[in-house]
Design a protein around this ligand. Sequence first.
Ligand code: NAP
Length: 435
Amino acid sequence: MKKKLGIGLVGFGTVGTGVWETLQRNFDLISNRADVRTEIMRIAVRDMNKARAIGAPVEKFTTEWSEVVADPSVDIVVELIGGTTTAFDVVAAALRARKPVVTGNKALLAERGEELFALSRECKTAIHFEAAVAGGIPIIKTVQDSFVGNRILSMTGIINGTSNYILERMTDAGLGYEEALKEAQELGYAESDPTLDVNGWDAAHKAILLATLAYGFTINPDDVYVRGIEMVRGIDIDFAKRLGFVVKLLCVVREHEDGTIELRTQPSFIPKSHVLSSVNGVFNAVAVHGDAAGESLFYGRGAGKDPTASSVVADIVEAARGLRHDGGHRGFLPYRDHGTVMSIDDTQTPYYVRFDVTDEPGVIAKIANILADAGIGISGTHSPVNADNPDAEFVDMVFQLHTCRFGLLKDTLKEVEALDCVNSRPVVFRIENLG
Ligand SMILES: NC(=O)c1ccc[n+]([C@@H]2O[C@H](COP(=O)([O-])OP(=O)(O)OC[C@H]3O[C@@H](n4cnc5c(N)ncnc54)[C@H](OP(=O)(O)O)[C@@H]3O)[C@@H](O)[C@H]2O)c1
């Protein structure tokens, strides 16, 4: 008879119900593979009166998460409520009770991981977090285990499905940003409050976790450059197309020769010929470049009930195996006290910059002169004609610029912005040469 281990679920929403269903559906398969039987013993929710499609016995439910953690029949605690406050208390209490934790909460680990991983080491009890990055794609175990023999040179990823869906609809259907966002919400691809998705922070939290694992030190989110997709307009999408690029919300994690880590998330122009350009809809992909393995691409469903449950269940099994076989501590083990996130000002790429200008003679020359004085090369410029209003007073003007330090570009654009003929802050996209 296989040993039985009890699971406590804190949170029974999209992912929690997916975990319940997956554990029920594949019970025999999972038991045989894990060499233990797992059973969900207790479930914490916020509202006991909410109608639930899943037929979990009512006696398992409580609104007190602490009852789940303290229940002697619970050996492993699965935190699936989200947020960084109560979720922190749940994870900390479980670790103190020496109960391994499984979580899919990237915001919690990116913002407060330092405290939690320290507690995890102190209590010799693991935090498993495969579901926190890229839903059903096993990217955490890849970086932690499969690439353990590699120096990781870079990781480049599209890891927010909501933004990716919106950008795809703007590209293929010509929808405006607001229209595409509304459609994503109607189809359930975007939350009713999509802030963290569209402002880039959901993707940035995931990139921070990947960088932490790859480079062994805790990263302060304040050191990370993050821009979202709210400023992308149809004109940018059209220009990208014309120039042979696609606009994607891209996370870039890269180790430089001096040991600094470039870490940024922003809408970028990526070459149409690169495989990441065809990652569409709610799919995610991460290209990992190891010094031994070379470049590998991981592609799949980055969110959703079943794909995310797949990762949570894998972590439950890993935690169960650890308990069953007295496996040692797992989770994040920092091996560097200090690491440096490269200042965004020192990063370098070519750029595409859009200016909102008053349509008067000499505008192009004024902007071009300032750029030239700063030593920034121009590879192209264009002012599109507004077919609906050819005599418009205000027009968009775009410049393609050669590679330069972002700090130099930023300072120079401040000078451009001060021109009377420039009406708002210039919008900058990086042109990523992904090799
Ligand atoms: N959804 C995805 O595709 C996805 C993908 C990857 C990672 N994740 C992560 O997984 C976590 C859960 O996401 P989700 O989409 O499943 O969220 P969700 O659908 O909003 O579900 C949240 C669940 O937590 C319960 N809850 C909230 N506050 C609680 C509290 N104080 N005490 C007890 N229960 C509480 C809610 O109870 P009620 O049911 O009573 O409201 C609900 O069952 C988040 O960290 C998210 O970032 C989600």
